[in-house]
Design a protein. Sequence first.
Lengths: 288, 118
Amino acid sequence: MKDDRGPWYLLTGLILGLVFGLLYSWIISPVRYVDTEPASLRADFREQYRALIAAAFLSNGDLQRAKARLALLADPDIAKTIAIQAQLAQDRAGPDSEKNGLGLLAAALNPGSSPPKPALLPSSTPTAEPTSTLTPTPVVALNGEASPTPTSGTPKATRTPAPTSTPLPSRTPTPTQGAPFILLEQSVVCDPSIKQPLIQVEALDSAIQPVPGVEVIIVTDQGEDHFFTGLKQEIGLGYADYTMQPGLRYLLRLADGGDPIPELAAQECEAEDGSRYWGSLKLVFIQP
Amino acid sequence: MRRWGLFFIVMAIGAAAGMYFGWVENPVKYVDTAPDSLRMDYKTDYVLMVAEAYRVENNLSLAARRLALLGTDTPEVTVSQALEFARQIDYNDNDILLIQSLAEGLKTWNPSLEVPPP
């Protein structure tokens, strides 16, 4: 008996096979990503991952290591992402170490900005230990992907030890030894809650850690004033401020050297209702 | 018989094509993974970050909560696995000491004594 049904049965077989193959590969035995990378993490886990990177950065002060870890997340604009997360963290419940770490990391990644006011850390927080001497360097795994494994590498310069933050009432501020500070940022702060215009000084060391005990000198036509960072620990260990008189011009310099900052004066700001008030100046200094 | 033979051969070709498409060309994409699926070297670096943070926070409960994201093992087991891997791939001594310090702390940690966060 001759079978003249043609070759359509072959197409049927092919389609059935395709359906079976897709069923098997997508549903019965899909590709299992057991060795995933941080870049594939869900958004909330990525946020926690960044916060942990920041907390670790607060501990080791190793910006290169923090950058290498952040790169694993493959965020398109990591500096902006960290800055936003740092701002959001200030208003959320969470460990102070993460808030402070995010603030410092944001400042380090956005050199033109100042970090959010850090919350106070437990007394044991800033450590005077040197940073770990190695930076995570990607190594090529068997599958050709990069991994974040910290490996033995060239030792880095030891970080300037940060002073302890133990809040002792009788503590005499002691400056961190190191290179003279340079002006990192100068900006006008328009904050109606600040009743009198201030010169706000923030001193950071090379590891973006706040530095207490830095002597600040203000010179006016009427004389000279000296004050130190770290005396308002509720605001920040590296913070100090000075009340300006509108209309007066000030010259500010740090006692350990560096260029003086002349012609500082209270700036006018405009409130939402159109009224005007005196704004403050914020100067962020950093040790290179 | 020959007809059935061809039928099954073509079906096998189709299945192979389907699996190639499903596994290679267009595999299932896991874009929202959890930290427990991370590769071991990433997990180890994660544990190192927890250890670095623990150094300044001195908060075992917080460290344990972070470690819990890495899987269902106890924090102590997670850290000991990371410590072993860190030694295998030659983490530097400082980092190994940090992980060791966390592991030592977790040995004495009793979650039942923790005060739940408000």
